[in-house]
Design a protein. Structure first.
Length: 257
């Protein structure tokens, strides 16, 4: 009997969030721009975000997530149905995410890069789960733990931030400002899809998201931008191209598996 598993079309990029709306707020403009550039882009939400105070139930939140994905031009959105408010970095949760990374075989994974004090502790757990799942996805001699899906080595990882209340930027080996000048409106439209999360009394959130994007853009000379951090120092084989044209970067090679 064959153990060969039929795989869906691969995604180029997967962004991972703890709840629907995390990635839209943090890097929605970047995802929309990547999709416009022809890349296959996916989102994985570790939980459905329920229960939540103003939502009538999971179906409403999932419909908002579908609408937000459509606004950004996302090719695939997956909700893992792990436990909101009780999300922990466990072996089982690492495997659940690693299975999807093996299944969709992204080149790049973008996820949480820090704690969010006085906000959901699920965010920090999501970072640890994502870090581990990226490692688990490439491990050989362990396929039986991952529905017999073949190993997949993810070439690059980036972190995003939701720390609107900190004057200290997200730390890491390198900072990148992603130009979202042309997709800021798509980002804002996607966030607005979450009417249960951002009712009229939270209208200020949209101004905050827009202001943050314009501030980040100003740093790099764009009309709007999003901060991303690489956990490994990047290098370039084309210095002039990296400075004056399209950035050509590569992460260091991994240690042997």
């Amino acid at each position: 009997m064959s153990n060969v598993v039929e795989l869906p079309e691969a995604l180029d990029v997967i962004a991972v969030g703890a709840h629907p709306d995390d990635v839209e707020i943090a890097c929605g403009g970047t995802l929309a721009r990547l999709a416009e550039q022809g890349h296959k882009v996916g989102i994985i939400d570790l939980t459905d975000g329920e229960p939540t105070p103003n939502s009538p139930g999971p179906e409403a939140r999932l419909e908002e997530a579908r609408a937000a994905a459509a606004a950004l031009g996302i090719h695939k959105r997956i909700v893992l149905q792990l436990s909101n408010r009780k999300l922990f970095d466990s072996y089982e949760n690492r495997v659940a995410l690693a299975i999807e990374l093996r299944r969709y075989r992204p080149k790049l994974v973008i996820g949480f890069g820090e704690k969010t004090p006085m906000a959901s502790p699920d965010h920090w757990q999501a970072m640890q789960i994502t870090d581990a799942a990226i490692f688990y996805a490439r491990l050989t001699k362990w396929d039986d733990q991952f529905e017999n899906l073949p190993p997949h080595k993810i070439a690059a990882q980036l972190y995003y931030t939701l720390a609107f209340y900190s004057a200290t930027p997200l730390q890491g080996a390198g900072h990148i400002i992603s130009d979202i000048s042309a997709t800021l409106e798509k980002k804002l439209a996607a966030v607005r899809c979450y009417a249960t999360q951002f009712p009229k009394e939270k209208e200020h959130v949209f101004g905050r998201v827009e202001a943050q994007a314009k501030h980040m853009g100003e740093i790099a000379g764009f009309a709007a931008g999003e901060l991303l951090v690489t956990p490994r120092t990047l290098g370039t084989r084309d210095l002039m191209g990296a400075i004056f044209g399209d950035v050509v970067v590569s992460p260091p090679s991994d240690a042997p598996m």
